[in-house]
Design a protein around this ligand. Structure first.
Ligand SMILES: N[C@@H](Cc1ccccc1)C(=O)O
Length: 475
C-alpha cells in the first residue's frame, strides 16, 4: 500500500519518464520529498544519493581595477597615467591590486611612475573566465579554469559555495511499479463526525496505517556513558551488600600513603606521579593515629617525617576513602563486619595520551569480617566482574605496598586477549595494627576509565570526554 504522497512522488518519475530525479525537479516542499523518499526507500522502491558539490559564486560584479584605469583613459582620450593619480579613480586597496594585475598580465608598461597602455581595449582572459565560472561546479572545471579560480578567489571576486545535491533513483522494483499508471485518489487521513454522519466513509478511501514507515531518528536525553557505568557499578555493589563511603579529593599524604604503609621515600609520592597543593600546602592529621603510624614506619622503613604526612595532595587512589572509613570505626563497631566501597575521582600527574588522563575514576571496596581469606576475595571479585559482564577472568599474583598477599585480576576479551582490570589483596597487619583492627580486611581497587573503554569499545580514553554528539547519541 502506498501513501498518497508516495504516489505523487512516483508519478513525477512517470510523468517525466525518468528513472533519476534531482530533488529540485520535484514540485513539492523539500522536507516532504525527503520524508516520502525515505518511506519509498524503506519499501525498496527508491534509492537516495546525496553528494556534496562545490559551486563557484561570483561575489564581486564590478570591473577589475585595471579595466577601470583603461576605461578612464579612453574617456579622457589618453593612453598613460601617473601612478600617483590613480587615487583619483581607484580605492586605496584597488591601486595595488591593479598594479599587480597589470604587471602579471602584461596589459601595460609600468615605467618611471607611469602606466602606459598600447591598447586600451586589451583582451583579458581572466575577465572572460570570470564570466564563465559563475554557477559552475568545481569538479567540472578545466585545468585552466582552476588556475584562474584561485587567482580570482584571492582577488575577492569569487567564493565557493557548498551545495548538497540529492538525487532520487528508482530501484528495479520502482521502475517495475511505474510501468502501471499511477492513480491518485484523495484519501481520508482522519475520520471525523461529518464523514461518519454523512455516510461519506462508505465510499471514501481511508488511509491505512503503516507502523513500519521509517521516520526521522530522535535522540532522547540520556546520561553520559561514564555516569552510566558509575551508576551500574554502584547498583552492583549495593546489591552485593556494600555501603558507599566518600572522602576528600584534597587529601594529606598521611591518609593517601602513610596509613597505607607506603614508605615516605616511595617513588609514587614524587611530583611526577602526584599533584601537590601549593596553597594551602599543609593539612591536619590526627595526632594519636599519627604517633602509632609513625612507630610502625620507623620500625619497618626507618623513615618518617610529620611534615611529609601533613602535605596536601590530590588523592591518587580511592583506597584513601576505604582506609579512612576503617580508621573512623568506634570500638564497638570494630567487632562487627563491614563492607564499603567508594567510587570517585582520583588524580595522577600523568602526561595525557590514548590511555592516560590526569583525572580519572576509581572504585575501591573492602570487606572486613571474621575468617575471610584470599579465596573469599577471589570469589567476591569473580562475582563482581561477572555482574559487570566479564565471565572469563583470571587472577595473578601482584604487589601493592598495602596488601599481602596481593593479586591482579585480568579479564579476557575477544580479539584483545587478557587485560588487567583491578588490583586487590588483604590489608597488611602492619597497616591494621595502628587502627586497632583485628579482623582481616579484603581490599580491591578498579580503574573506571579502562572499564568504560572496554564497555564502549573505545581505543582512546580521551574520546570518553570529548562529548562528540554523534558518539553520545549512539552509545
Ligand atoms: N590502590 C591501588 C589498587 C588497590 C586497591 C586496594 C587493594 C589493592 C590494590 C591502585 O590504585 O592501583
Amino acid at each position: 500500500m502506498l501513501h498518497i504522497d508516495e504516489k505523487r512522488l512516483l508519478k513525477v518519475f512517470q510523468d517525466k519518464g525518468k528513472e533519476i530525479l534531482d530533488i529540485n525537479e520535484v514540485q513539492l516542499p523539500k522536507e516532504k520529498i525527503m520524508r516520502v523518499s525515505l518511506w519509498l526507500k524503506g519499501k525498496n522502491l527508491l534509492d537516495i544519493e546525496e553528494k556534496k558539490r562545490e559551486k563557484v559564486k561570483v561575489v564581486n560584479k564590478k570591473p577589475f581595477p585595471e579595466r577601470k584605469i583603461a576605461n578612464y583613459l579612453k574617456e579622457i582620450g589618453k593612453n598613460e597615467i601617473e601612478i600617483k593619480e590613480l587615487k583619483n579613480i581607484l580605492d586605496k586597496e584597488e591601486i595595488n591590486a591593479a598594479l599587480g594585475a597589470i604587471k602579471r598580465k602584461g596589459i601595460a608598461k609600468v615605467e618611471k611612475g607611469k602606466i602606459i597602455f598600447d591598447n586600451l581595449d586589451y583582451y583579458d582572459e581572466e575577465e572572460e573566465i570570470l564570466k564563465r565560472l559563475e554557477g559552475k561546479y568545481l569538479d567540472e572545471l578545466s585545468e585552466e579554469e582552476k588556475k584562474y579560480l584561485n587567482i580570482l578567489k584571492k582577488r575577492g571576486y569569487l567564493d565557493i559555495d557548498e551545495e548538497k545535491e540529492i538525487k532520487l533513483k528508482l530501484t528495479e522494483k520502482g521502475k517495475e511499479l511505474i510501468k502501471e499508471p499511477i492513480v491518485i485518489e484523495e484519501e481520508i487521513n482522519q475520520l471525523n463526525r461529518e464523514i461518519i454522519i454523512s455516510g461519506k466513509w462508505r465510499k471514501a478511501k481511508i488511509r491505512e496505517y503503516d507502523i513500519k514507515a521509517p521516520t526521522k531518528e530522535i535522540y532522547p536525553a540520556k546520561l553520559h556513558p561514564l555516569t552510566r557505568i558509575i551508576r551500574e557499578v554502584k547498583e552492583i555493589l549495593l546489591s552485593m551488600g556494600f555501603k558507599e563511603v566518600k572522602s576528600p579529593l584534597v587529601e594529606t599524604e598521611f591518609w593517601n600513603f602513610d596509613v597505607l604503609f607506603e614508605p615516605q621515600d616511595h617513588p609514587a609520592r614524587e611530583m611526577h606521579d602526584t599533584f601537590f597543593l601549593k596553597y594551602p600546602c599543609k593539612g591536619e592529621v590526627p595526632k594519636d593515629l599519627l604517633e602509632r603510624v609513625k612507630e610502625v614506619h620507623l620500625k619497618y622503613w626507618r623513615i618518617f617525617d610529620k611534615s611529609v604526612s601533613e602535605r596536601l595532595i590530590l588523592r591518587t587512589h580511592t583506597t584513601a576513602a576505604t582506609i579512612r572509613y576503617l580508621a573512623s570505626l568506634e570500638e564497638d563497631e570494630k567487632v562487627k563486619p563491614h563492607k564499603v566501597f567508594c567510587i570517585d575521582r582520583v588524580f595522577r600527574n600523568e602526561a595525557i595520551d590514548y590511555k592516560h588522563l590526569p583525572e580519572f575514576y576509581q572504585c575501591d571496596g573492602i570487606i572486613m569480617a571474621d575468617n575471610v581469606n584470599f579465596n573469599n576475595l577471589i570469589g567476591v571479585l569473580r562475582e563482581f566482574l561477572k555482574r559487570l559482564g566479564f565471565e572469563k577472568v583470571r587472577f595473578r599474583p601482584a604487589y601493592f605496598p598495602f596488601t599481602e598477599p596481593s593479586l591482579e585480576a585480568e579479564i579476557y576479551l575477544e580479539n584483545k586477549g587478557w587485560l588487567e582490570i583491578l588490583g586487590a589483596g588483604i590489608f597488611r597487619p602492619e597497616l591494621l595494627e595502628p587502627l586497632g583492627i583485628k579482623k582481616p580486611v579484603l581490599a580491591w581497587g578498579i580503574g573506571f576509565s579502562r572499564l568504560a573503554m572496554l564497555k564502549y569499545g573505545l581505543t582512546d580514553i580521551r574520546d570518553l570526554h570529548k562529548n562528540d554528539l554523534n558518539w553520545l547519541r549512539r552509545v
